[in-house]
Design a protein around this ligand. Structure first.
Ligand code: UDX
Length: 462
């Protein structure tokens, strides 16, 4: 009898941020459901924070996905305080050393690696893959619009705002015109985080090393820009991953979710609640929290609010919210967001427009109040308001430093929930939900792209 071939083995190496872990876990589950052996690799100290995933039981979490970890010299607490630029260096140093050994261990155990999948902040994974002669793909976890904007900036293919001309508009193929405060803010001459642009742009210097860019978007959502990007890059939109692999996000939570809030939502009227969440990194200042709280009170709507103190405030649990606020709603540190957005009681989502939250709102069919802070969020906000037409933008310019007042909070909440414009946004949101669901169904655009990717991994591994 001929010896059986080992299954294709895809190793996903993930950057340790919640906005990266969620789509990576979802992709891991999805590939595993196509019969591939999938190993999810992350640094050990972050793995220790991942709820319901214990590094001592490497197959915890999603049943069929394997987990592996590399030592980063940090513990569960210290890793949270490592500044991002140091974190990137630390991961590169530890990962470059560990990955070749892991690859050797897998081969010795009869599971040679067929393909790596890397992630925007860790482009060195594709160097390691090249040096070991293993094909590598990347999962781009932001929109295709952000991808092309970074690409054009990196390759100097279009003029961008400069110190001399900071308010210049940006015109790119397949894209609506971007005003200066709609361009990913790390590319702006005044960004306080220039190293973030450098880190993101690194990916574009490594594009030659990857055979495919998997994208957390879908063809129907960004058709023109996907068509244009396909002229210079092999791109495969496979999203929204959360709709095709719903069960996967749980074990990846770095903060314990307050699951009681779903019970609280069960007791609210359909289409009555505002859900507010600013993702995993942004925390509103005390002053902004107060304005938000009064805006909520003024709107008269019940609310579920994910609020945490800023880094400067430390872990002090007192958020200083106005008295009586919690009689009108619920404040939690972390919510099971997919479940919340899918809940019939939720009317609209006040979001910082991280791309995961954006796609989760689109897939759940909920209108949004777009409250972007930095990076790609400002571009996502433009698309939510003007292209997808499911929301209104709250605050303009540098919202990261500028306070949005209670009157504006209240006005935006009314605009997305009451009147003919709100009805139109609701209909658009419901249409996007149907499109998103269709994309991940058998025969849908994203599902086809995943199957093509699996076939390509097969071809490349013979
Ligand atoms: C980061 C960047 O900030 C963002 O700009 C980029 O587009 C992606 O990476 P983050 O700020 O964490 O992401 O936001 P987002 O992309 O929305 O991801 C947050 C994830 O955490 C989402 O999947 C969301 O469902 C989840 N979440 C958030 C919860 O499960 N519960 C919460 O209470 C809040």
């Amino acid at each position: 009898m001929a010896p059986t071939e080992p299954p294709l083995h895809v190793v996903l190496v993930c950057f340790p941020g919640q906005g990266h872990i969620n789509p990576f876990l979802r992709l891991a589950n999805l590939l595993s459901s196509h019969g591939l052996r999938v190993t999810f690799v992350i640094n050990l100290s972050t793995a220790r924070q991942m709820k319901s995933l214990s590094p001592s039981s490497p197959s915890a979490g999603a049943a069929a996905v394997h987990f592996d970890f590399f030592e980063d010299g940090q513990d569960e607490e210290s890793i949270k305080r490592v500044p991002l630029d140091h974190l990137l260096t630390l991961l590169e140093h530890a990962g470059r050393k560990a990955l070749p050994q892991m690859v050797q261990n897998y081969a010795e155990a009869g599971n040679p690696v067929s393909c790596f999948v890397s992630n925007p902040f860790i482009p060195w994974v594709s160097d390691v893959a090249s040096s070991l002669d293993i094909p590598c793909a990347v999962l781009w976890i932001q929109s295709c619009a952000s991808f092309t904007t970074y690409y054009h900036f990196h390759n100097k293919l279009a003029p961008f705002p400069t110190a001399q001309d900071p308010e210049r508009d940006v015109v790119l193929p397949g894209m609506p015109l971007l005003k200066h405060d709609e361009v990913p803010s790390f590319l702006h001459p005044t960004t306080p985080y220039p190293f973030l642009a450098t880190s993101i742009l690194q990916q574009f210097a490594h594009l030659g090393n990857v055979f495919c860019v998997l994208m957390e978007t879908f063809e129907e959502l960004e058709p023109e820009v996907i068509r244009h990007v396909s002229t210079f890059c092999k791109v495969k939109p496979v999203g929204p991953l959360w709709l095709s692999a719903r069960a996967s996000a749980g074990p990846g939570d770095l903060i314990q979710a307050d699951n009681d809030c779903v019970g609280w939502l069960d007791g609210q009227l359909p289409g009555s609640v505002v859900y507010i969440s600013m993702g995993s990194i942004v925390a509103m200042t005390a002053e902004q929290r107060a304005e938000m709280a009064h805006g909520l009170l003024g709107s008269g709507m019940p609310f579920l609010w994910v609020a945490r103190p800023t880094m400067d405030e430390g872990d002090d649990p007192d958020l200083g919210l106005p008295e009586g606020l919690e009689e009108r709603g619920k404040v939690v540190r972390w919510a099971p967001q997919e479940e919340v957005l899918g809940h019939v009681a939720v009317a609209c989502f006040v979001t910082h427009c991280g791309w995961n939250s954006t796609l989760e709102a689109i897939g759940a069919g909920k209108p949004v109040v777009a409250f972007p802070q930095w990076g790609d969020q400002v571009t996502d906000a433009k698309f939510l308001e003007e292209v997808f037409r499911v929301g209104v933008r709250m605050g303009r310019g540098d919202t990261w430093t500028k306070l949005v007042r209670r009157e504006e909070v209240e006005r935006c909440l009314r605009e997305v929930t009451v009147g003919p414009r709100a009805e139109e946004m609701k209909e658009n949101a419901a249409r996007w939900k149907r499109e998103a669901e269709a994309a991940v169904k058998p025969g849908g655009s994203s599902e086809r792209n995943v199957r093509e990717f699996v076939e390509e991994v097969k071809k490349r591994s013979v």
